[in-house]
Design a protein. Structure first.
Length: 149
């Protein structure tokens, strides 16, 4: 086999590998689990920046949350819950991150997400809790429609 032929074959193989790798990266960006985890990261960033509106941006306006008194509706209610609890001083005392995130698709436009929230710092003991959220795709975005934390 001539050097030119080997070079041409090598270029074709490398081009195919590059195309497949590019496709995998593009698919990962569009993967629902990747997008939902990115939205969760944005909520944690908003929390840690003391930006409640950024934290709440992951919810649809009519989102519901589970409370000790049962489900309550509307992102305004979720905001009230946050302000009455973690955000009493206008910003949270501890920082937030998530662990053990599992995304289970419920069809192509809905997902059940479970995981653990972890609050640390602020001179207080660390706090962990499990959550279950339900997400809905709206165009390219994923938003939370129910939160049971």
């Amino acid at each position: 086999m001539s050097i030119y032929r080997r070079s041409l074959i090598t270029l074709v193989v490398l081009g195919a590998i590059g195309t497949l790798a590019g496709r995998s990266i593009g698919q990962a960006k569009n993967d629902p689990a990747t997008k939902i985890k990115a939205e969760l990261d944005m909520t944690a960033a908003g929390w840690n920046e003391g930006d409640l509106s950024k934290y709440l941006a992951a919810y649809v306006p009519e989102a519901t949350e589970m409370t000790g008194d049962g489900p309550k509706g509307g992102v305004e209610e979720i905001e009230k819950t946050m302000k009455a609890g973690f955000w009493k001083t206008g910003r949270p005392i501890q920082t937030l991150h998530y662990e053990s995130i599992a995304v289970r698709m419920l069809g192509k436009d809905h997902a059940l997400v479970t995981g653990q929230y972890v609050l640390t710092g602020g001179g207080r003991p660390d706090r962990k809790g499990w959550f279950t959220t339900v997400w809905q795709r709206g165009g390219k975005n994923w938003r939370m429609i129910h939160d049971h934390s």
